[in-house]
Design a protein around this ligand. Sequence first.
Ligand SMILES: Cc1cc2nc3c(=O)[nH]c(=O)nc-3n(C[C@H](O)[C@H](O)[C@H](O)COP(=O)(O)OP(=O)(O)OC[C@H]3O[C@@H](n4cnc5c(N)ncnc54)[C@H](O)[C@@H]3O)c2cc1C
Length: 389
Amino acid sequence: MTQNFDAIVIGAGVIGASIAFHLTERGLKPAILERKVTASGATGHSSGLVRMHYDLAVESQLTFVSYKNYFADWKNRVGGECGFIKTGFMQIAKREHEDKLRGNVANQQKMGINTSVISAADVKKLFPDLTTEHFDVAAYEPDSGYADASMTTNSFLDSAKRQGATLIQNCEVTAIRVAGGKIVGVDTNKGEFSAPVVVNAAGPWAKQVAALAGVDVPLVTWTHDVAFLHRPPSLGKFPAVIDDTINCYFRPEGSALILAAGEDESMRGEEPDAEDQTPTETFLDKLIDAMVQRIPKIEESGLHSIHVGRDGITPDQRAIYSAAGPDGFYLACGLSGTGFKTAPAAGASMAELILDGAPKTVDISTFNFERFSKGELINGEFGYGHIWK
Ligand SMILES: Cc1cc2nc3c(=O)[nH]c(=O)nc-3n(C[C@H](O)[C@H](O)[C@H](O)COP(=O)(O)OP(=O)(O)OC[C@H]3O[C@@H](n4cnc5c(N)ncnc54)[C@H](O)[C@@H]3O)c2cc1C
């Protein structure tokens, strides 16, 4: 027997959960169909950084809205927990990018974001255990930090369910049904579901899912290793940091661990279902060599564990939030290794696009699907080059 819903969201990662939550706030009763379990894709491996520094204004805006309206007030806004911890965030830029860093910070200040350019000497005063080699200035956001991507997703889903959504796990979408140019539903291993709206939020699998609706999305996978190191007891306070001079990012993970990852070793084009948990052979050595340049006390650290995550990445390394193909079909995919922190506001904006024909919370029209066929890839105003090398 076919089950009827107002909308179907394919994928229970953070963006599918956020979209479903926001659809229910507008009175819809959607189904979220998940081939495995919630947050089992990119989301469950996310490093969870919540920072507002981007080289593209609309991405800063998406995180700013996500931070102030959601992460900073999660219990009241969504319910449940997102695990947000305020550590501060610092973007360390290469010397040749100082003007760009200043341009981005000025844009972000105009939006009301609490950020400023600080000198290497200021960094030393704030965080004495960090070295200040290879850079003169950094962008510093005292309000930023990190959150728990699985908790974020599950509390979006719990609230969506309370508001009328249906979550079905171990339910793989195998076909998307279209009649007269319009979406009518999907087929799954658990039967048929009908709805006039289908949202493809299938993360690294989104290319394969879009193909079921006859839509060719230019998306490959991006595979990224992340290490958890024991925090040396003598190491003092430090914030979440993206350090372009050593191609690494790191942050505290609770009080006993450090999460750290490098950019050089990430792979493109693996099968979305490829074996997940094997880091590249040189990942750890390269990471530690880089990290000791910024935190010499890492020498006193030890390895706790490594995990490997995989996201979908587009040619301009920016998300796709757009209608595409048959009427009623939407893409919320290609989050390109950076889509956790923006998911609350992006989900609100997607729900507006679906229900009102245009987004209002944040103008996500920049992330339209047509940009690829038109050759109009997105570039940051003060771009640092690709987010991932
Ligand atoms: C290692 C790593 C670190 C990251 N660190 C950060 C960070 O610090 N900050 C940040 O903002 N972002 C970060 N990101 C990016 C961010 O986590 C991702 O962009 C985001 O989680 C993607 O969410 P998603 O919902 O699009 O995809 P996913 O979480 O992959 O969810 C897609 C879901 O769709 C399901 N699915 C697929 N096919 C089907 C089908 N046919 N039928 C039904 N269900 C299907 C999958 O099982 C999956 O659960 C990181 C990503 C990785 C991999």
